[in-house]
Design a protein. Structure first.
Length: 347
């Protein structure tokens, strides 16, 4: 009997490993293809790569956060709904963007520095101010949703092709209609493969007796950010740095204006634990400020890519070059936050 049970357990474990492997393969392929299709769509519509990244890619990869937070709010789990939005933003900067920067030194364009990064800082401060009273009311939700509409209008008004990376984009020989349909299909594959990967990893962890708390702090927390991670790494590998920054910044703005708004509206209001603001809210604000400081402090860096030895174009030299060690600082800050989170969870 024990042998039969052992065989069943082994089959289950192998199925979990297979789910993880298949999830990673589909995730990597769909992210890589999405970048090419999104680039082609941007060219066909006369939009910049940055704008496509801050709309189609950023909003699409934030869909898992929106679904998780909305369902959690309807189930009365305010902590999950709020924590998911704030935690995803922390992961996007401290892990996704930092990891990309450690592997591929990033170049930040003028538009990111002068428009998008300050806008992210404003949204972070605005959303935290609404939550300082310990309540995300339905009115607050509608205010955030209204701000999201205004943000979308802003993107529509500034959708011209002014991205420094546009000249390096590979344009596919596909029609605009196919590019739109394929983008939607690829986003669905990103979300589906992420869910498959999270399921396999969660079940594998449980099969080895790892606690639900640890699973929640690692696998599930990172799971909703896997689409952003895949899209950002694929963009960085292709040298589309505007798309890397756009994916992270656009996703973070959407998480605060959309992922926070809908749970507040659907639930009629959410109570917020003070610890969420004091620990997670401050961590999100701190990492956002650290990113801004790193970008600004890198404005006077040289115009040579230390990793490849190649000389950046004159247009890029006027922007911000972020060396690997500065991205590593962000990664270290994220590791420190996760350590604090783990200690508080196990206390």
């Amino acid at each position: 009997m024990s042998k039969a049970l052992s065989s069943v357990d082994m089959i289950e474990i192998l199925s979990f490993v297979a789910a993880i492997a298949v999830g990673f393969v589909i995730l990597s392929w769909s992210a890589d293809r999405l970048i090419e299709v999104a680039s082609t769509l941007a060219s066909r519509l006369g939009m910049s790569i940055l704008t496509i990244g801050m709309t189609i890619v950023a909003f699409g990869t934030s869909a898992p956060e929106l679904l998780v937070s909305s369902v959690a709010a309807l189930d009365g789990s305010a902590g999950i709904a709020i924590g998911n939005a704030l935690g995803s933003n922390i992961i996007n900067i401290g892990l996704v963007l930092a990891l990309c920067g450690v592997i591929y030194p990033l170049v930040v364009s003028r538009r990111i520095i002068t428009r998008e990064l300050p806008l992210l800082g404003l949204v972070v401060a605005f959303s935290l101010a609404l939550m300082l009273d310990g309540d995300l009311s339905q009115t607050d939700g509608f205010i955030l949703a209204g701000a999201l509409v205004a943000y979308c209008y802003y993107l529509a008004r500034h959708s011209g092709g002014d991205s420094e990376d546009d000249e390096e984009v590979v344009i596919l020989s596909i029609s605009t209609a196919r590019a739109v349909v394929e983008s939607l299909v690829l986003l669905a594959l990103l979300m589906g493969s992420s869910k498959l990967l999270v399921w396999g990893a969660s079940e594998l962890a449980r099969s080895f007796g790892i606690s639900e708390v640890i699973i929640g702090l690692t696998v599930i927390a990172f799971g909703t950010s896997l689409p952003e991670m895949a899209a950002a790494l694929a963009s960085a590998r292709k040298g589309l740095f505007d798309l890397v920054m756009a994916t992270v910044i656009g996703s973070n703005i959407f998480n605060l204006l959309g992922v926070l708004a809908f749970p507040g509206i659907l639930s009629g209001g959410l109570k917020i634990d003070s610890l969420v603001i004091q620990r997670d809210g401050l961590a999100m604000a701190g990492l956002t400020a650290a990113l801004a400081i790193i970008v600004v402090s890198s404005l006077s860096m040289g115009n040579t890519d230390k990793a490849s030895g190649s000389t950046l174009s004159l247009r890029r030299a006027a922007c911000s070059y972020i060396p690997r060690y500065k991205s590593a600082i962000l990664l270290a800050c994220f590791a420190g936050y996760m350590t604090i989170l783990g200690i508080s969870a196990l206390a």
